[in-house]
Design a protein around this ligand. Structure first.
Ligand code: FNR
Length: 364
C-alpha cells in the first residue's frame, strides 16, 4: 500500500544495507576487531556527551561551510577512506565520489580502492585526498605517492594504526576475500593475487589478513613520516592518533595534522573511544595543524560535539557504504544529505550560526 517509508536516518540505512548485502561483504563493512568493544563504545561515546546549548542568538541565517587544509567543504565532513567499495555497489568509489561532489564535501580514497585514483579524481569535484599504508617495498609506496600527486590529490593521509591487522573474527569466519573479478587497480602483481587468496586456498582465514602480513611494514616508525615528508610536497595527515603526545610527535615530524581515529574499532579492541581522546589531542595541538576525527559519527549532533571538542571536521565511514548498498550514488548522497540536514538542525538548536560559533563550552 503506497510508497515504502523513506529511510529517516543513518542508522536505518545500516539496517537496510544488512538486508541487501551478502553476509561476507556486510560483515567486512560492519565488523570490528575482537569482541567489538571499541566498535560499540566509539559510537556510544558521542551519545554520552551532553550539549550545553545557548539561546537567543539569532540563528535565522546559518552556514555550515568551512575549509580544511585550505580546501572548501559545504559542511565539516569528508568521506573516510574505506577499502573495496565495489563490494557495496557495482559503481563503488565512483558513486561515492559523485555523492561527495554533490554534497559539496571531500573524499579520502583508500589505497585498497576498487577504482583507480585517476578515475575517482575525474568523478570528484571537491577535495580528493589519498590514503596510504607503508609497504615493505618503499618503491611501491613511493610510486603510489607520485601517482596520487600526478592525479591531483590534495593531501596524503598516512594510516598508522595498522602496523599489523586487527583480528576481525567475522572475516575469519567468512573467509573474507576480494573476488578476482573486482579490480584493485592501485595495486599490481602479487599483492592483488593475495587478496583473492581465500577463493583459491582452503584455509579459513581472511585474505586481507594474509595480504597485510605479507606486504605492509610492521617496522614503520616516526622516521617513515619524515621519509614521506621528504618525497612529497602534499600536506600529510597522520590517521589513527588517540593521544596528545603522539599528535605532537606527528607535527614535529612534518605532518600538517592528524585524524583522531581507532580505525572504526577494527584494529586494537578496547582502544579508547575517539570522542574521549579528542579533547586531549586538541589541547596538545593547541590550534597548530589540522585536526579531524572519525568513528561512530551517525548524527548531526555528533558532528557538533566533534567540533566543540576541537575538531575542524569529521570523517564519515560506514554510513556511506550503507547508502551505496541501498541505492548507489543516490543512496550515498541521501546519507550525506541527511547528515548535513541534521547538522544544520543541531547548529540552529544549539545557538550556533556558523562553525566559528562552536566552542568547547558547548560540551558538558
Ligand atoms: C575502513 N577504514 C580504513 N581506514 C584506512 O585508513 N584505510 C582503509 O583502507 C580503510 N578501510 C576500511 C574499510 C571499511 C569497510 C571500514 C568500515 C573502515 C577505517 C575508516 O577510514 C574509518 O576510520 C572508520 O570507518 C570510521 O568509523 P565509522 O564512521 O565507520 O564508524
Amino acid at each position: 500500500m503506497g510508497e515504502p517509508t523513506p529511510l529517516l536516518n543513518l542508522l536505518e540505512y545500516e539496517a537496510a544495507a544488512a538486508a541487501r548485502l551478502p553476509r561476507m561483504a556486510f560483515d567486512y563493512f560492519a565488523g570490528g576487531a575482537g569482541d567489538e568493544v571499541t566498535l560499540r563504545a566509539t559510537r556510544a561515546a558521542w551519545d554520552d556527551i551532553q550539549l550545553r546549548y545557548r539561546v537567543l542568538r539569532d540563528v535565522s541565517q546559518r552556514s555550515l561551510a568551512t575549509t580544511v587544509l585550505g580546501q572548501p567543504l559545504a559542511f565539516p565532513a569528508l568521506v573516510a577512506p574505506m577499502a573495496f567499495q565495489r563490494l557495496a555497489h557495482a559503481d563503488g568509489e565512483l558513486a561515492t565520489a559523485r555523492a561527495a561532489s554533490e554534497a559539496g564535501i571531500g573524499m579520502i580514497l583508500s589505497t585498497l580502492a576498487t577504482t583507480a585514483i585517476e578515475d575517482v579524481r575525474e568523478a570528484m569535484r571537491g577535495p580528493l585526498w589519498f590514503q596510504l599504508y607503508i609497504y615493505r617495498d618503499r618503491g611501491m609506496s613511493r610510486a603510489l605517492v607520485e601517482r596520487a600527486e600526478r592525479a591531483g590529490c590534495g593531501a596524503l593521509v598516512l594510516t598508522v594504526d595498522s602496523p599489523i591487522l586487527g583480528r576481525r573474527e567475522r572475516d575469519v569466519r567468512n573467509a573474507f576475500h576480494v573476488p578476482a573479478a573486482f579490480p584493485v587497480p592501485n595495486l599490481t602483481g602479487t599483492p592483488r593475487t593475495t587478496l583473492a587468496g581465500a577463493a583459491s586456498g582452503a584455509e579459513t582465514a581472511s585474505a586481507l589478513a594474509s595480504f597485510v602480513a605479507e606486504f605492509w611494514d610492521a617496522s614503520i616508525s616516526w622516521r617513515d613520516v619524515e621519509w614521506l615528508r621528504s618525497i612529497t610536497t602534499l600536506p600529510i595527515l597522520v590517521k589513527g592518533i588517540v593521544r596528545g603526545d603522539d599528535a605532537r610527535l606527528a607535527l614535529e615530524h612534518g605532518a600538517a595534522g592528524v585524524v583522531v581515529s581507532n580505525h572504526g574499532g577494527r584494529q586494537l579492541d578496547t582502544a579508547v573511544s575517539t570522542a574521549r581522546a579528542l579533547p586531549e589531542v586538541a589541547d596538545a595541538m593547541g590550534g597548530r595543524g589540522t585536526l579531524l576525527v572519525d568513528g561512530g559519527i551517525r548524527r548531526g549532533t555528533d558532528v557538533l560535539k566533534a567540533l566543540a571538542c576541537g575538531a575542524d571536521a569529521v570523517l564519515v565511514g560506514r554510513p556511506v557504504l550503507w547508502g551505496l548498498a541501498v541505492d548507489g550514488a543516490a543512496g550515498a548522497r541521501r546519507v550525506l544529505d541527511l547528515l548535513r540536514d541534521e547538522c544544520d538542525l543541531a547548529f540552529g538548536l544549539a545557538g550556533c550560526a556558523s562553525v566559528a560559533d562552536v566552542t568547547r563550552d558547548f560540551v558538558a
